[in-house]
Design a protein around this ligand. Structure first.
Ligand SMILES: [Zn+2]
Length: 235
């Protein structure tokens, strides 16, 4: 199992690791702070360095409990020591987008009773899918307005761990947590004080003010009750 360094520190940009396995362009490490594709978030990119050699990482994914780093034309082999550096500009934007996504989802749930059916957190624009009977642009603009008001409150975003049973007692995260396989005994909790509490595995900013301004880009109807909202962040 690869140790996931970003779970405890979203701001870690650089780390030392050992190559455990190589499968063509896939390089597996014993530890990593690269975020692998999943949970609706795109993956990190960056570089793996061994001595003088630099290998760009174009994609990061999960295979079982292990994380692989996709890199072309590398000569890495098991037991090689490497330094990994993530593309911080990309990652920090992803963190800001991700925390924004949690706030939007929380407001949709609290004010409209909408359940989130999917999301994609990306660099240039992100989207949230949710259930809602009526759909008009004014309502969505109101949701984004409220999101920006929350952001301006400088709320801390806390990350901590709870035993599964305790986490399941928190209203709102029950659904998600109940879907987790029974062998997972401890859950990573992401809490935006007074706004949202989720079992979540992705990187987030420390404080909502880091997000900046959220801007509504587009809304779409995806079938009877399914709605989609695209947003971005500025700067
Ligand atoms: Zn999340």
């Amino acid at each position: 199992m690869t140790e996931l360094l970003y779970m405890n520190d979203s701001y870690m940009r650089e780390f030392n690791a050992t190559v455990t396995r190589v499968d063509g362009e896939k390089v597996f490490l014993d530890r990593t702070c690269f975020y692998p594709l999943g949970g609706g978030l795109v993956s990190d990119t960056g570089v793996l360095i061994r001595g003088e050699d630099k290998y760009p990482v174009t994609f990061v994914g999960k295979e079982g409990g292990d994380v692989y780093h996709l890199t072309e034309k590398h000569t890495l082999k098991p037991n090689d020591e490497v330094v990994g550096i993530i593309d911080w500009k990309r990652r920090y934007r992803l963190m800001r987008m991700h925390t924004a996504c949690h706030i939007i989802s929380a407001i949709l749930y609290k004010d409209e009773g909408s359940l989130i059916t999917g999301n994609k957190v990306d660099i240039d624009k992100s989207r949230v899918d949710f259930n809602l009977e009526r759909m008009d642009k004014a309502l969505m603009e109101l949701v984004i307005d409220k999101t920006n008001q929350v952001i301006k409150r400088n709320l801390p975003v806390k990350i901590y761990y709870l035993p599964r049973e305790d986490a399941l007692n928190i209203p709102g995260i029950v659904k998600l947590a109940a879907k987790l396989p029974p062998h997972i005994k401890t859950l990573r909790i992401v809490e935006i004080e007074g706004i949202d509490i989720q079992a979540d595995g992705g990187p987030h900013v420390h404080n909502t003010r880091e997000i900046g301004d959220v801007i509504l880009l587009k809304t779409e109807n995806k079938g009877k009750n399914n709605r989609r909202l695209y947003f971005t962040i500025k700067p």
